[in-house]
Unconditional design. Structure first.
Length: 135
C-alpha cells in the first residue's frame, strides 16, 4: 500500500493486493485478494472489488503521453473477477463508473468512458470510448 494512498478506516483489503500512489478508497469498500489498483483512482463508499481486478492501468491509446489522468468510481458497485478499468488518456476527461453498477467477470472499461448509474455490464464486454453511457 502506497504511503500516499488515502484509505478509510473501515476498508477491508485482502492478501496480495496492491494499492498504488494517489489512490483514495472510501468507507465500507471491500478489496478482495490479488486486486491491483495502480494509481490515480478515487473509489467511493461500499464497493466490493473481487479478486484479480486491475484498476488504474495506463490507457491503450497512442495519444497518451504519460500525463496525470484519473478514474472516478462511485458508490455501491460490484466489480467482479478479472475486470479492468483504465485511466483516461486526457487530464480533463476522467474515466468514470457511476454508482450501483455491476461489472461482471472480465469486463473492460476503456479510457475516457463514462458509465452511468445502475448499469450492468455482462461478462467479457469491452466498453470503448465510442460507447459511452450516461444515465
Amino acid at each position: 500500500i502506497s504511503k500516499d494512498a488515502i484509505i478509510a478506516n473501515s476498508v477491508k483489503i485482502g492478501a496480495n493486493s496492491f494499492i498504488g500512489e494517489n489512490v483514495q478508497i472510501d468507507e465500507g469498500t471491500i478489496i478482495d485478494n490479488n486486486v491491483t489498483i495502480i494509481k490515480n483512482t478515487k473509489i467511493g463508499k461500499n464497493n466490493h472489488i473481487y479478486p484479480n481486478v486491475v484498476i488504474g492501468g495506463d490507457p491503450q491509446d497512442f495519444k497518451f503521453k504519460d500525463e496525470i489522468t484519473n478514474i472516478i468510481i462511485g458508490d455501491n458497485n460490484l466489480i467482479r473477477e478479472f475486470c479492468t478499468i483504465h485511466l483516461s488518456s486526457k487530464p480533463d476527461d476522467p474515466t468514470i463508473v457511476g454508482s450501483n453498477c455491476l461489472l461482471m467477470v472480465g469486463s473492460h472499461i476503456a479510457h475516457n468512458c463514462k458509465i452511468g448509474n445502475k448499469i450492468i455490464i455482462t461478462n467479457y464486454i469491452i466498453f470503448l470510448d465510442c460507447f459511452n453511457v450516461e444515465i
